[in-house]
Design a protein around this ligand. Structure first.
Ligand SMILES: C[S@@+](CC[C@H](N)C(=O)[O-])C[C@H]1O[C@@H](n2cnc3c(N)ncnc32)[C@H](O)[C@@H]1O
Length: 216
């Protein structure tokens, strides 16, 4: 089975559990585990929204959008067009429901498919790929494809290879049968260079490196 297929199957089956990280109402034990183990998922979203600021009239591509929590937040901050792409159908089903419930479905378009091959060659003001490179064997190709589709700013997260949670995370993903790719600072910077990204802000955040790059 290909790497892509294993990742797709994992997130198709895991969509609801993944999205629950964003839920406000949960029991104290789940809240504690989410905070320690997956707190970065929410922290990197807060950071992304803070860095992008006012999105009025702007277009955004969200690569590996999952359940579309970023897409809804971008639309709520005024983005005129948001396209989310994810190859896990259950993630996109959730994303459509969440956008409808938030009243922003008219500005959110979702594509069930693989980035970049299934995404039409449209360009956007902003692109994001958060919690995406963890599952990507050829990251420079993906960053380059994002760059081609972005006029202004790209926001990306890369999971650190050297971090206290890594050994457990590796075992967990091996047991789940889902590939996992981790990055040193040196490798991440090499990926960015190979993709032609030279001008960027580098922010270590919890178990991730966050990169905010100028696409040009
Ligand atoms: C950990 S989730 C992150 C979701 C969302 N960005 C967030 O942070 O809430 C990663 C998502 O990337 C998707 N994905 C991985 N590789 C992909 C590819 N090549 N094309 C489209 N989606 C992909 C998976 O299906 C999964 O839903």
């Amino acid at each position: 089975m290909s790497t892509e297929r294993k990742v797709l199957d994992h997130f198709h089956a895991d969509a609801r559990r993944f999205d629950a990280i964003y839920e406000e109402h949960k029991d104290p034990l789940t809240r504690f585990i989410d905070h320690v183990w997956r707190g970065v998922v929410r922290r990197r979203m807060d950071l992304t929204l803070d860095k992008l600021g006012d999105l009025r009239g702007r277009s955004v591509l969200d690569v590996g959008c999952g359940s579309g929590r970023y897409c809804v937040a971008f639309a709520a901050r005024g983005a005129s067009r948001v396209v989310g792409v994810d190859f896990a159908p259950a993630m996109i089903d959730l994303a459509r429901t969440i956008a409808t419930n938030a009243g922003v479905a008219d500005r959110c378009t979702y594509i069930v498919g693989a980035f970049p091959d299934d995404v039409p060659p449209e360009t956007f003001d902003v692109s994001t790929a958060m919690g995406f490179f963890d599952y990507i064997p050829d990251p420079a190709r993906m960053v380059a494809a994002m760059r081609e589709r972005t006029r202004s700013t790209m926001v990306m997260s890369f999971p650190k290879a050297n971090e206290w949670r890594v050994p457990i995370r590796r075992v967990r993903f091996r047991m789940l049968g889902c590939p996992l790719f981790l990055y040193t600072e040196e490798r991440t910077r090499a990926v960015l260079k190979d993709a032609g990204v030279r001008d960027y802000e580098w922010i270590p955040l919890d178990r991730d490196y966050i990169v905010i790059a100028r696409a040009g």
